[in-house]
Design a protein around this ligand. Structure first.
Ligand SMILES: [Fe+2]
Length: 304
C-alpha cells in the first residue's frame, strides 16, 4: 500500500488496495498467500465455533431443562401410578376382612425373595407390582363367594378361578404394565402343568409368577381366613416343601424358607400369626395343597 503523497501515483491520497480483502505476501516457498483473508477465515471460524459452542451450550441447557422436566414428569407419573395401584390392591383386600393386608404382604415377601435370587431392578418392579396386584381380578367377584365361611361349590370355585384372567384384563388398560399383567395371569399356574388358566408348566411360567405363587401360598396358610384359621410359618413351610416340584418351584421354596429362618421376614408377618389364635395346628388335620394354589387347612380350601 502506498503512503500518502506517494509520488509514483501522482496523487495526494494513499493508493487504495484494489483488493482490500487481500493482504498478499510471500511464503517461504515463494507462493503468494493471502494472510488477511486467512486471518479473516480464522476469525470467522473462531467466531463460528464460538457461536456454535454458545448454541450448543444453550441447547444443552434447554435439553437439560427439558430432560429434567421429563424426569420430573416420569417421577410424578410413576408416583401417581404407584399410588393408584396400591389403592387398587387395598380395594381388593377390603372386599374380604380376612385378607386385609394380604396383597401388601405378598408384595413385600416377593421383594425379599426376588432380591435373594438376584432379579434385576426391572424384574423386581414387575415382581413387586405383580405380587401387589395378583388378586386384582377378585374386585368384580361376589363377596358372598370370597367371604364364604365354608367350602366352595364347584360352580363357585369355577367363578373364583377366573380371577387371574380378569386381573390381567384389568391391567391391560394401564400402559407399561405388560409383564405385570403376565405375572398376575399366571400366579396360579403349577410347576406340573395342572394349574390355571393356561396350564403352563415348569419354566414356561415366568420367574415372577413362580415367586408370587410361593409367597402367596405362604401368606394364605399363615393368615386366618373365613374358612379356616392360620397355621404357623413353620407348618406353612413344611406344607410348601411337600408341594415343591408339583405345585411350587422347590428352589424358590428353599430360598424362602432360608429367609424365614434367618428372621428376614418376621417384620412382614408382624403379629398376624399368634400361636394362641391359630387353632388348626392343634386339630391334627392333614394338610395338602389345593388345586386353587393354596393349602387346604382345617376343613376348607384356601383360595390364595
Ligand atoms: Fe389368586
Amino acid at each position: 500500500m502506498a503512503a500518502k503523497g506517494d509520488q509514483s501515483t501522482g496523487s495526494d491520497f494513499p493508493e487504495l488496495d484494489p483488493q482490500p480483502d487481500r493482504a498478499v505476501g510471500l511464503e517461504g516457498d515463494g507462493h503468494e498467500v493471502d494472510h488477511r483473508s486467512r486471518v479473516g477465515r480464522v476469525d470467522n471460524l473462531e467466531s463460528a465455533l464460538r457461536a456454535i459452542n454458545e448454541e450448543l451450550d444453550l441447547l444443552s441447557q434447554v435439553r437439560a431443562g427439558t430432560f429434567r422436566d421429563l424426569q420430573r414428569e416420569v417421577i410424578r407419573y410413576r408416583a401417581v401410578l404407584r399410588g393408584a395401584l396400591h389403592a387398587l390392591a387395598e380395594a381388593v383386600d377390603a372386599k374380604d376382612t380376612y385378607t386385609h393386608g394380604h396383597s401388601r404382604r405378598v408384595s413385600a415377601y416377593a421383594g425379599h425373595l426376588g432380591r435373594v435370587i438376584g432379579l434385576s431392578s426391572d424384574e423386581l418392579d414387575t415382581l413387586t407390582f405383580g405380587a401387589l396386584l395378583h388378586d386384582v381380578g377378585k374386585i368384580g367377584m361376589p363377596e358372598s363367594i370370597l367371604r364364604k365361611p365354608a367350602r366352595l361349590t364347584s360352580d363357585e370355585y369355577e367363578i373364583v378361578k377366573r380371577h387371574p384372567v380378569l386381573g390381567a384384563e384389568i391391567l391391560r388398560s394401564i400402559p407399561d404394565l405388560g409383564s405385570v399383567e403376565t405375572t398376575v395371569r399366571h400366579h396360579h399356574e403349577r410347576l406340573d402343568g395342572a394349574g390355571y388358566p393356561d396350564r403352563l408348566a415348569g419354566e414356561n411360567i415366568s420367574i415372577c409368577a413362580r415367586v408370587v405363587a410361593v409367597v402367596d401360598t405362604f401368606d394364605a396358610i399363615t393368615t386366618t381366613r373365613s374358612y379356616r384359621r392360620a397355621r404357623s410359618p413353620k407348618q406353612a413351610l413344611e406344607i410348601m416343601g411337600d408341594a415343591s416340584g408339583a405345585q411350587l418351584d422347590g428352589e424358590l421354596v428353599e430360598h424362602f424358607a432360608r429367609l424365614w429362618y434367618a428372621g428376614d421376614l418376621e417384620h412382614i408377618i408382624g403379629d398376624l400369626w399368634e400361636p394362641a389364635a391359630a387353632g388348626c395346628e392343634d386339630e391334627g388335620e392333614e394338610d395338602e395343597v389345593s388345586a386353587a394354589g393354596g393349602a387346604v387347612g382345617c376343613d376348607h380350601g384356601v383360595i390364595t
